[in-house]
Design a binder for this molecule. Structure first.
Ligand code: SAH
Length: 360
């Protein structure tokens, strides 16, 4: 079971407090200038004292931060309640601002065969606070970095704004539906990151995908579905959560999604990790072209495989290019994901808390 959220704790501590008090607290938490509850000057002292004792300012504590050679990617191992650890990643994006990749669970139950987190098994869901505090962790990190001076004594003129959040860290976000939904609301309420700058990536949990279609309080964030193969048998072999008939049901769901949210058409992506001779052959490209046609040509994002110690190898460059060209020639909308942070095991699918990688 996950621990109580800040809101639940607050309501227990102050059952009669007016609603604006919790908002005031949460606004302060997201104000990077404030560093502790004693900095909330317009809150009654007694309340601040209780909060300081009962609710930690940050629910994730730094264990270690790794920096990539190119200095454009950072990975943090953080400790959450109960001594558990997860990883979160900060990457410089195309707009020269920063994207945070958050974890939503300790471990993952989906056991995708190419993913390092999949080998860990599932331990517990993260609370909404533990999810959003990964973003706050990097807000403080960037703020501290921006005050550092370069060797000439000048401040680094680096952008410190976090403009995007992706739920592509450890865990299956839709298996932690309520906490992820609450985390999305917190981010949308207390940061300036907009709905189209947040992406939730899912293995394709159909009951949950169906649920969000009818959930009026599910925010209109971007969705990415990990497809990885449009051939049913190949997908089952790569992803134990897949089953016969999955792809047909996913097509039906996508049709329903587009019927309901025509304007969000470009906010749905299918992810496809390229594994040599496993899902990158001509037959797989043809299956993917047929699938893309059935889902109204939604965008396909080809992902280079990041080595995780599994039996797989990444697609040979020639095979990758040929696969991409075959799709493009058939009119499929394809993008290719840039790999970042693989030298510090911070790339997609490499997130795992290895004891021997952490020197304490
Ligand atoms: N559980 C979610 C989020 C996982 S990570 C999901 O399945 O979508 C985000 C993306 O990284 C997913 O598309 C996932 O399949 C992909 N991924 C996992 N392992 C990878 C690897 N070794 N190399 C490249 N991408 C990988």
């Amino acid at each position: 079971m996950s621990p109580l959220s800040r809101k639940e704790k607050f309501d227990t501590l102050f059952p009669r407090a007016p609603a604006f008090r919790f908002r005031q607290f949460e606004e302060a938490l997201f104000d990077v200038v404030l560093k502790s509850v004693s900095d909330i000057s317009n809150m009654p002292l007694a309340m601040r004292e209780t909060l300081a004792e009962e609710i930690p300012w940050l629910s994730v504590q730094e264990v270690r931060v790794f920096e990539s050679v190119k200095k454009d990617t950072f990975k943090a191992v953080v400790e959450i309640g109960g001594g558990k650890r997860v990883e979160t990643v900060l990457m410089r994006n195309a707009r020269k601002q920063w994207t945070v990749c958050v974890s939503s669970q300790v471990g993952c139950a989906m056991a995708c065969t190419f993913c390092a987190t999949g080998t860990m098994g599932f331990t517990r869901n993260l609370t909404s606070d533990e999810i959003v505090d990964q973003v706050r962790f990097w807000m403080y990190f960037l703020e501290k970095k921006s005050t550092l001076k370069n060797p000439n004594g000048e401040p680094y003129s680096e952008e410190s704004r976090i403009s995007n959040v992706v739920f592509m860290g450890m865990g299956e976000p839709l298996a932690n539906y309520d906490n992820v939904k609450e985390a999305l609301h917190l981010l949308l309420t207390y940061t300036d990151i907009g709905m189209t700058r947040i992406t939730v990536s899912t293995v394709g949990l159909l009951p949950m995908l169906k649920k969000l279609l009818d959930d009026s309080s599910w925010p209109a964030v971007r969705l990415a579905v990990s497809l990885h193969s449009a051939d049913g048998d190949t997908r089952k072999q790569m992803m134990p959560s897949s089953y016969d008939g999955f792809l047909d049901s996913l097509v039906e769901w996508t049709e329903a999604y587009f019927r309901k949210f025509e304007s969000r058409r470009r906010h749905l992506t299918f992810e496809y990790v390229m594994l040599s001779q496993v899902n990158d052959t001509q037959m797989h490209a043809e299956a993917l072209i047929r699938f893309a046609g059935r889902v109204g040509n939604a965008r396909i994002n080809l992902i280079p495989y990041n080595f995780t110690g599994s039996v797989y190898r990444d697609s040979l460059p020639g095979d990758f290019d040929r696969f991409q060209k075959q799709l493009e020639d058939a009119g499929v909308v394809v993008t290719r994901r840039k790999t970042m942070g693989d030298d510090i095991s911070a790339a997609c699918g490499q997130l795992i808390v290895e004891k021997d990688s952490i020197s304490l």
